[in-house]
Design a protein around this ligand. Sequence first.
Ligand code: PLP
Length: 386
Amino acid sequence: MKHIYLDYNATTPILPEVLKEMLPYLKNLWGNPSSPHWAGEKVKNAITTSKERIASTLNCDPDEIFFTSCGTESSNWVLKISNLLSAKKNKNIITTKVEHDATLNTCQFLQKYCNTDVTYLDVDHKGNLSLEQLKSSINEGTILISVMYANNETGVIFPIKEIGEIAEKHGIPFHTDAIQAYGKIPIDLKQIKVDFLSISGHKVYSPKGIGALFIRKGKELIPFIHGGGQQRGLRSGTENIPGIVALGKSSQIILRDFEDMYSQKLEKMRDSLENYLLNEIKGLTINSDTANRLPNTSNICFHNIESSALIKALSYEGIAVSAGSACASEKESYSHVLKAMGRSKMEALSSLRISLGRGLSERDIIFSAKKISYWVNKLRSFSPQQ
Ligand code: PLP
């Protein structure tokens, strides 16, 4: 049976080029980069090269890149340390209701254990937030604005440039979780006023267990992880060299293949998948602002079916799709993102996230679209509401 993977927002396979580049660092180049001898010397440069490659994709300085163990760590670092560093009395953090759990659960931790007030901005039916609500939420205690670049479930892109300008005007540091946006849309840190930006390797065809945090020069952040003083004392722990090399290579590929691979090809495939489904299935809703989303992501409510049954049926056919965030799928009764967008529980439980990536062909898309419409119509025929 052919396996078709349509869940690239959950994770991505390691690209052969990335694997090839990292393999020597799992075999012969095993030195500790902090060692003062040949074994260390051989791997030290790998860190520099990787930072340069990441910095080129983001248009920032390589010295502004710090490696972490994952995107979750990057965001925890900013949120918890910003909270710790602030001398303000009644601390307030502004974020949104639709962030990933990496942000939401960290905010809840700060509310519970540090007495920090957190403002969760609303989103509308299409998944967009209101800049007016953001402006009116800022108060004397606001120590940080943390708003994701693009949503992992719906692909909706937030107005990061405008938010950066508002944050700067009020002198408030601004963090963005760019874990889904990185590699899918251009990010230019010279054009946007972001102070901290989180990325993750396994969303861009590198292995799991590597992330990075951009810290704008001049912005204050102290270590979250203490130890041997690696990475200029800001993030201790012996560096994950194979992971760092991989993320650097993925970043080089992002820049090289951007026009062809990400902006155009994926968007075209996503749109043809949606058009096929819209033609073949009655009463289907796209759960997002279709004019303002990542080129690879589609979130669709099929109504009158349970998406969990559809996911199982499609998996049996070799097709991998999901209902939302892979991290949340075990514990959540239904998507907090769709709930914030005003969808009913029934609608949320009838929704599917399809996220495309490299290696897919038009044939895979049409094959999958046919299987999805077959199973939606079949499952609907069993539904008492039909
Ligand atoms: N933020 C977003 C938007 C994500 O999609 C994810 C992963 O799904 C994360 C954070 C967590 O990243 P990581 O798995 O690298 O910790």
